[in-house]
Design a protein around this ligand. Structure first.
Ligand code: G4P
Length: 526
């Protein structure tokens, strides 16, 4: 087997999806801890500590800088190399969060045992659905009182429409939390709380009938036996093919902050999760095993130094191998570019990569020529699909402070929105500029960058738009009629595509009902 093939088969590229506060940051730290990248775990903390200081512009810059280094985290376990792609949450939640999910081969879903399935998780899951991404589930915070595990699984199944196959099952919760029973191994793993970087392995007891269980669990031993019988009767058994097809999720219980349940999860992840998958380009399907290099850009992020308009374009390698100094073909602009200094995100500093393989992410220095969705190849004309724009959920009208700077504003908005964190809409009926985003922080970031990079000052007005849909119609005549009748609600996006701006969900539903021939899409391929 060639070295390239061996290396790519070790890769496991994934992201964590969760609602804020479910424990994503904590679990990330623990995965890195178990994966031996302890130093990096510290930097995750650092980022979290800074996350509320967004009103201070310098702080915001710093934070964005730090998040470049934590955007991709690499660690090793069981001879696998994991690439964990950060999906920004909280205030910096943006389209990048969604789009990052198009660059992974699987996802890890974290659920707070007291809260169950929450909003953000539902949205992120919808994005995973677009590519049937396999999902592993971790139910967190069992050291606290939470909801009944059976009830939680029911909720996942009914709300997220995915089968659950419990691999571990919790023994009690809160003060009575004693550990987990591993259904596949028929073994109990006792809970031993340990904070920070200390990993304490609790006792393992083989067999549900083992009298040792009664010694350590008392009454809870029989409770567990009855419950497991019930669970085995009522739930699905793990089916690897169904997991890989995105139809079933194996479920683990634990407490990330106590380092408990994380190793079970990581072991299973190393065993079950898919390696780099083949990927659809407009021209053909590209196999990860192909020798020639190819990849696509899924996000662009400002670098530490705002004085130089240097940004990092994050490229997911889909096939072949990157070697330092290699020539790549930038497909959209049809030019060959020499890449001498791509960066990777190993340990706690960014280092120049020598080699990287399918599944890995590399950072390219971008001086404005690279856009989200761009494909790079070794000469072939390829355009990777499935890097979509998502309909924004928040809208603001951009108001210029100095009317003489209108041109600079247009240019600035055009360039900033090309990076993909916000989108620009121009209503057909007037000259307004409407900015759309999925996270509220993106408005502040845009205003800040317009000022510092384009010397344009602007403020925002509220606008009565709550959601947007790209509209198309096979019948040109119908489309013309639609455009005439709903003129006031229509706009063009930054690339000139027609968009319906709805004032409310009800308004959207009505328009959809009245115009059955018109297709309303919540995503648009780049
Ligand atoms: P997020 O990235 O998904 O937003 O969640 P994060 O890891 O920041 O966790 C949110 C809160 O939940 C944190 O508390 C964290 O300590 C706590 N937490 C995470 N895992 C567990 C767990 O297994 N059990 C319990 N009981 N709590 C857990 P915080 O008070 O908001 O922050 P901090 O001051 O502890 O950092």
């Amino acid at each position: 087997m060639s070295e390239t093939l061996q290396e790519l088969q070790r890769r496991r590229t994934f992201a964590i999806i969760s609602h804020p506060d479910a424990g994503k940051t904590t679990l990330t730290e623990k995965l890195l801890l178990f994966g031996g990248a302890i130093q990096l775990a510290g930097s995750v903390k650092g980022r979290k500590a800074a996350r509320h200081a967004t009103s201070d512009w310098m702080e915001m810059e710093k934070q964005r800088g730090i998040s470049v280094t934590t955007s991709v985290m690499q660690f090793e376990h069981k001879d696998r190399i994991f690439n964990l792609l950060d999906t920004p949450g909280h205030e910096d939640f943006s389209e990048d969060t969604y789009r990052t999910l198009t660059a992974v081969d699987s996802a890890l879903m974290v659920i707070d045992s007291a809260k169950g399935v929450e909003d953000r998780t539902i949205k992120l899951m919808e994005v995973c659905r677009l590519r049937d991404t396999p999902i592993l589930t971790f139910i967190n915070k069992l050291d606290r009182e939470g909801r009944e595990p059976i009830e939680l699984l029911d909720e996942v199944e009914s709300v997220l429409k995915i089968q659950c196959a419990p691999i571990t099952w919790p023994i009690g919760m809160g003060k009575r939390f004693k550990g987990v029973y591993n259904l596949a191994e028929d073994a109990v793993h006792l809970f031993s709380p340990s904070h920070g970087d200390r990993i304490v392995e609790g006792e393992k007891i083989q067999g549900l009938d083992n009298p040792r269980l009664d010694e350590v669990l008392g009454d809870q031993a029989d409770e567990l036996r009855t419950e497991i019988e019930l669970v085995q009767g009522a739930s699905h058994t793990f089916d690897h093919a169904a997991y890989l097809a995105g139809k079933q999720t194996p479920v683990f219980f634990g407490s990330a902050i106590n380092n408990f349940g994380v190793l079970d999860l990581l072991d299973a992840f190393a065993d079950f999760a898919p390696g780099p998958q083949s990927r659809q380009a407009r021209e053909r399907t590209v196999e990860a095993e192909e020798e020639k290099f190819s990849g696509f850009v899924f996000k662009i992020q400002a670098n530490m130094d705002p004085a130089h308009r240097d940004r990092i374009a994050f490229l997911r390698i889909c096939s072949g191998k990157y070697t330092k100094g290699m020539k790549m073909h930038h497909v959209r602009i049809g030019k060959a570019v020499q890449i001498a200094n791509a960066i990777t995100f190993q340990a706690d500093s960014r280092v120049n990569v020598e080699d990287a393989y399918a599944g890995d992410i590399i950072g390219l220095h971008n001086h404005g020529t690279i856009q989200v969705g761009d494909t790079f190849s070794q000469g072939e004309t390829l355009k990777y699909e499935g890097v979509p724009y998502f309909a924004p959920e928040l809208f603001r009208r951009v108001v210029l402070k100095d009317p003489l700077r209108a041109k600079a504003l247009q240019k600035g908005l055009q360039q900033l929105t090309e990076e993909g964190a916000t989108q620009l809409f121009k209503p057909l009926k007037n000259n307004d500029l409407i900015l759309g985003a999925v996270g509220v922080l993106q408005f502040d970031v845009t205003a800040f960058r317009l000022k510092s990079e384009y010397n344009v000052e602007c403020v925002y007005d509220n606008v009565s738009v709550t959601t947007a849909r790209w509209v198309t119609c096979d019948d040109p005549k119908k489309l013309e009629e639609f455009k005439r009748k709903l003129f006031d609600n229509l706009a063009e996006d930054g690339s000139g595509y027609l968009v319906y701006l709805a004032s409310s969900r009800v308004n959207l539903a009505l328009a959809q009902e009245r115009w059955p021939e018109v297709k309303f899409s919540a995503t648009r391929e780049l």
